[in-house]
Design a protein. Structure first.
Length: 345
């Protein structure tokens, strides 16, 4: 039987998703389990094996069609060796040999990569990036992760640590990022950053005693009488749709930050396509036109407006599809591969 399926595993700070993906990028079967990050390394790995076991047991008739297992995890990690180094939201793993552990547990060849890299590859191979030679991908969510794909192959750089675009500084006097630097785009335009700025505006309104008249009935300022921590990026989006001028101002500010950042990315890479994914992509999609309109102000490249800006096809399944896509790169043999291609249960 021809081997055409890949088992993708997406490891996050709160969940492990696993599923079977065919050569066209269709997810045939999937499951989702809680991730254990506060216990031992073995506790965290047990969550991974539980998700993989569930998919394999539900698809025993397809196991002979399996190319291998692809795994994506938050970084930092070494994709060549398949080792998770020290991701902040996976404190259970430090220098954890994830690829070797998965291969030992299941007998299949394993490939591991950063979650944003993998999501970028899925868009290049199966998604909105099909037909484009070079893609810059950004996932906007709690943080900002990025990936670079050339001719359907992930660009890893010299050591595997390339494409940390979320930690490119656009304001050296800006807020401190979780990475320790100041003014990273993640600290200014992520969902976390947007919510933080919104909480600050609500606090200012509380001190003044009343919100602006046009915002008085909006969801954002209705929260002024509740704990400010209840405000999220989605709250800001809803308030904007309700006509709240402060929420609109916050989103416009976020769009400007992204335009500044992407202008520099274009000057550096000049990709064929820019793809935006992640939970914040829905919030920011109505602002894509404004972001593109502002690129000439922040970009030396006089043809920057020729580069399309598109929302990613894969939503919450981006990591799962991306992990599987590691088995569908053109050469099928990146240095991150661990084990033989003829693994079996």
């Amino acid at each position: 039987m021809a081997r055409s399926l890949a088992l993708g595993v997406d490891i996050g700070g709160s969940k492990v998703a696993a599923g079977l993906v065919n050569s066209e990028g269709h997810i045939l079967s999937k499951t989702r389990l809680p991730m254990v990050t506060t216990g031992t390394a073995a506790d965290g790995f047990a969550a991974v094996t539980g998700a993989v076991d569930a998919v394999l047991l539900a698809n025993l008739d397809l196991r002979e069609s399996l190319l291998g297992i692809g795994v994506c995890s938050p970084g930092p990690l070494d994709p060549r060796m398949g080792v998770v180094i020290n991701p902040p939201n996976l404190p259970c793993w430090r220098d954890f040999p994830l690829a070797a552990k998965v291969r030992r547990a299941f007998g299949f060849d394993v490939r591991v990569d950063n979650d944003a890299n993998a999501a970028a590859l899925a868009e290049a191979v199966w998604g909105v990036g099909v037909g484009h030679q070079s893609i810059f991908y950004a996932t906007l969510g709690t943080g900002i992760g990025t990936g670079i794909v050339f001719e359907q192959r992930i660009y890893h750089g010299r050591t595997g640590s390339a494409a940390e675009g979320g930690h490119v500084t656009i304001d050296y006097r800006g807020p401190q990022c979780a990475c320790g630097k100041r003014g990273c785009i993640e600290a200014l335009a992520s969902g976390t950053a947007l919510a933080q700025r919104a909480r600050q505006r609500v606090a200012e309104a509380q001190l003044k005693g009343s919100p602006p008249r046009a915002a008085a009935s909006s969801e954002l300022f209705a929260l002024a009488s509740r704990p400010a921590e209840a405000i999220t990026a989605e709250t800001v989006e809803r308030a904007h749709l309700d006509g709240d001028p402060i929420a609109t101002e916050l989103l416009a500010e976020t769009a400007e930050y992204l335009a500044i950042w992407l202008g520099s990315i274009i000057d550096l890479l000049e990709p064929d396509l820019i793809v935006i994914g992640g939970g914040m992509s829905k919030v920011m999609e109505p602002w894509f036109e404004q972001i593109r309109d502002r690129l000439p102000a922040w970009c030396l490249n006089q043809r920057c407006l020729e580069i399309p800006l598109r929302r990613a096809v894969y939503g919450e399944d981006a990591g799962l599809a991306g992990a599987a896509a590691l088995w569908h790169q053109p050469d099928q043999a990146p240095r991150s591969s661990v084990g033989s291609p003829r693994g079996a249960l």
